[in-house]
Each structure stands twice: as structure tokens, then as C-alpha cells.
Design a protein around this ligand. Structure first.
Ligand code: HAM
Length: 410
């Protein structure tokens, strides 16, 4: 778990602002859910996933309730839907922290943030296209250029079940040639064997049956409609038949966004898909759902690697240096802040030299200096801190208009 300090933290806030702007313009409203839920909400994600079986921060609270810190937000959205029964389609977005007890490394943390959207109550393939397009537009808004989109369809639950059986038979036949870890994965979830990057497993993975052979007509035509929509929007994608995603609730469309620069284990910047049975599993009415979540931590690392969406410290308009005791600075900073300027000041009545050093470090555009002479004359010395402008003494009452008539040069 990490601390995010300024100015990096300002970039995090801008990140969610940009995301909110993109999705609010598409009719999504923000949903805020608790960080904690009843454990049962998350076990519905599927007991064959590490997220549920190994990585959950769960505990019994003082009221003997077994609860867990959320490892993701889709299950919470479905729980909220089942509880409030809003009219459909229900289009929501969210942003916030999630918790998974994973092995930390660059791009993988035990507390990490996501932004995402979910739409409940419509199974139109055009909605799958809409959510993918929103993620795509958001990456463009950040300036990321090296993101690739992988798509696949897991078919209907029956298709998926037949596929899982075929995979099980295929990998069981590989016997000891399969790595020990993959043999253990096979016991729990044959689909996840497809994720193995181990050398010995590769040939068996390449020869494995493909999901498309098991698609029912409905699943195949739903998927074809999604692909047609993506083509109509000129969103480049790759069909990845081995894409399975880490959570068990998916059916039909699944997708993942991969970055071009992070280590392969952490290069999934975001992902999502359809989870038409999840609301029902949580106790609500049968309701289709589709959405995605993007990892904030990882996406910002990708932004660093591509030198886009940099952290921008706030540029101060002025830094007030008051060596007459500090009361003048109290009044002047308050007045200028109220007028809309970004203004900081020195404290503790430190020496002129010490306060000018702070003014320099602050990178403010102007130092506003008040000494005994200025105090007596009702003036302030305005010293430009960048470029070669001359310092001038001006009437205290003219400072605002002086700052306004010298806007920042970009
Ligand atoms: P997920 O693939 O588990 O999907 O997570 C989505 C994104 O969250 C990942 O692509 C990654 O960027 C980020 N992420 C996950 N775990 C970590 C971690 N330990 N450290 C840093 N970043 C991480 C879901 O969570 C689904 N709820 C997505 C979804 C929404 N499906 C449908 N709707």
C-alpha cells in the first residue's frame, strides 16, 4: 500500500476528473458504494478465482458479521442494483480503492484504485461497443498511444461449460508435460491454464481447443455484432481466443486493454466484459450487465512510460514576502485568494533572504514584498520571478489588477 504525495496526487484527481467528463457525457452517473461489503457479495464473483479464495481482506467485525474489503467494484454495483432496483438501463460509473492480498511489485499493489463503468439491464451488443469505446476515448484523452484492445467471447454459460470440459480433457491428456502449477490450476479452473506463460505449457496451450468452436448461434451473433460496432467506430482490436480474464462471472463478451510498456504480468491496464448472471447470483432479478474497470496506478505508470499526462504542480500567481510581522501577508493573501489568484506566503516572520528562497522554490510568477517602507507608504514591491522584468513598487489597492494584466505566458 502506498502514499501518493503532491504533486502526483493532483494528477490522480485530474485522472478521475477526465474519466468522469468522458463518461458523464455518455449518460453515466456516479455510484458511490461502501469499501466493505458482506463477504457473500464477493464470493459470488466465483470460488475458482484467486481474487476470492486467496486475496481477500476479510474479517469478522464486532457485530459478528463476516465482511471483506472490496477486491473490485462490479459485485458492489450489482449488490446496489439488487437493493435499490433503479430503472434500467442503469448506467453508472465509479472510482475508488480496492484491496487484494497480492505479491506487490511495480504495477501490482495491495491497495489500488480503479475507475470504471457498469450498465445493468440491457443485453444489446451495441452497449458492449459503447463501453469499450468509452475506455478507448478515455485513453485518447490521457494521450496514451500504445494501448491495444484484445477481445473474445466466452459464449453462453452452456457453451462455456462445454468448453471448460473440453479444455480439461485436453490438458489432462498432456499429463506430466504440463507444469506442476498448471496441473494445480487445472483442478480448480481449466480456463486459467490458458494464462500460463511457462515454456513447457506453451505447446499444449497452442494446441488447445478454441472457445469459438463452442459458441452457440446466439453467442456467435452477439459477438459478431460487437465486432461490427467496433469496426464501425474504427477502434482497432485483436481477437484473442485465449483471453479468459481473472474473474469467474463473465459470459459472452470479454476484453482487455494492454499497455505497450509495462512488464507482461502487469500490462493489463484495464478490462471488462459481460456478466449477465451476477445480479441474480447476488439475490436480485435476472439482469444482464456489462462494464469495465481500469487500473489507475497502472495506467499512470503507462502514462509515465509514454511521457504523457504529466503531474502538473499548481502554478502560483504570487508568493507574499512580509518582513513586518506577518499581519500584512495575512490580509494580502486572503484578498488575492478571494479575487481568484493562487497565492502562498512565508511564515514565522523569517528574514527577507529566507522568505525569498521560499518564493523562488515555489515557482510563483511574482514575489510580493512588504517591508517597513512599503508598509508606511501603502505599497507592495512586485518582483517578477521569471524572465527579465523589472521590479516595481505599486499601490496595495492595484495589486489585483497588476496580476490580472500580467497573465501567465504559456
Ligand atoms: P480486473 O481485471 O480484476 O477486473 O481489474 C481491472 C484492472 O484493475 C486491471 O486491468 C488492473 O489495471 C487493475 N488492477 C487489478 N489488480 C491490481 C493490483 N493488485 N494492483 C494494481 N492494479 C490492479 C475487475 O476488477 C472487474 N471488476 C472489471 C469489470 C468491470 N468487469 C466488468 N465490469
Amino acid at each position: 500500500m502506498r502514499d501518493i504525495l503532491p504533486p502526483e496526487s493532483g494528477r490522480w484527481r485530474r485522472f478521475t476528473d477526465v474519466f468522469a467528463d468522458v463518461v458523464e457525457r455518455a449518460g453515466y452517473g456516479q455510484l458511490i458504494t461502501p469499501l466493505l461489503e458482506d463477504l457473500g457479495v464477493f464470493t459470488r464473483i466465483g470460488d475458482a478465482t484467486d481474487v476470492v479464495t486467496k486475496e481477500m481482506y476479510d474479517f469478522v467485525d464486532k457485530g459478528e458479521r463476516h465482511i471483506a474489503l472490496r477486491p473490485e467494484m462490479t459485485a458492489s454495483v450489482c449488490r446496489a442494483f439488487a437493493e435499490h432496483r433503479p430503472t434500467t438501463p442503469w448506467k453508472v460509473f465509479y472510482s475508488g480503492s480496492n484491496f487484494r492480498y497480492e505479491k506487490p511489485q511495480r504495477g501490482r499493489y495491495r491497495q489500488f484504485d480503479q475507475v470504471g463503468v457498469e450498465v445493468l439491464g440491457a443485453d444489446d451488443p451495441n452497449l458492449d461497443v459503447e463501453v469499450i469505446a468509452l475506455a478507448w476515448e478515455f485513453y485518447r484523452a490521457l494521450g496514451l498511444r500504445q494501448v491495444t484492445l484484445l477481445v473474445n467471447s466466452l459464449g453462453e454459460p452452456d457453451d462455456r461449460a462445454r468448453y471448460v470440459e473440453a479444455l480439461r480433457e485436453h490438458f489432462v491428456a498432456a499429463g506430466d508435460e504440463l507444469s506442476e502449477q498448471s496441473r494445480a490450476t487445472l483442478e480448480r479452473n481449466p480456463l486459467r491454464v490458458l494464462d500460463s506463460k511457462r515454456d513447457g505449457d506453451r505447446t499444449h496451450i497452442e494446441a488447445a481447443p478454441q472457445i469459438a468452436e463452442f459458441h452457440s448461434d446466439d453467442a456467435a451473433s452477439h459477438f459478431a455484432a460487437v465486432l461490427a460496432g467496433l469496426r464501425a467506430l474504427d477502434i482497432p482490436f485483436t481477437i484473442e481466443p485465449k483471453l479468459v480474464r481473472g474473474l469467474d462471472y463473465y459470459r459472452r463478451t470479454i476484453f482487455e486493454f494492454q499497455g505497450g510498456t509495462l512488464d507482461s504480468a502487469q500490462n493489463a491496464l484495464g478490462g471488462g466484459g459481460r456478466y449477465d448472471g451476477l445480479v441474480e447470483a447476488i439475490g436480485g432479478p435476472a439482469t444482464p450487465g456489462v462494464g469495465f474497470a481500469l487500473g489507475v496506478d497502472r495506467t499512470l505508470l503507462a502514462c509515465d512510460d509514454e511521457s504523457v499526462f504529466a503531474a502538473d504542480p499548481v502554478v502560483l500567481d504570487a508568493f507574499v514576502v512580509d518582513v513586518t510581522g506577518g499581519l500584512e501577508a495575512v490580509a494580502l493573501t486572503a484578498e488575492l485568494r478571494a479575487a481568484g489568484f493562487a497565492v502562498d506566503r512565508g511564515y514565522d516572520n523569517r528574514s527577507m533572504k529566507a522568505q525569498m528562497k521560499l518564493a523562488n522554490r515555489s515557482a510563483a510568477r511574482f514575489a510580493l514584498i512588504i517591508g517597513d517602507d512599503e508598509l508606511a507608504a501603502g505599497t507592495v514591491v512586485v518582483k517578477p520571478m521569471h524572465g527579465d522584468g523589472e521590479q516595481v513598487a505599486i499601490a496595495r489597492s492595484d495589486i489585483s489588477s497588476h496580476l490580472a494584466s500580467h497573465p501567465p505566458q504559456n
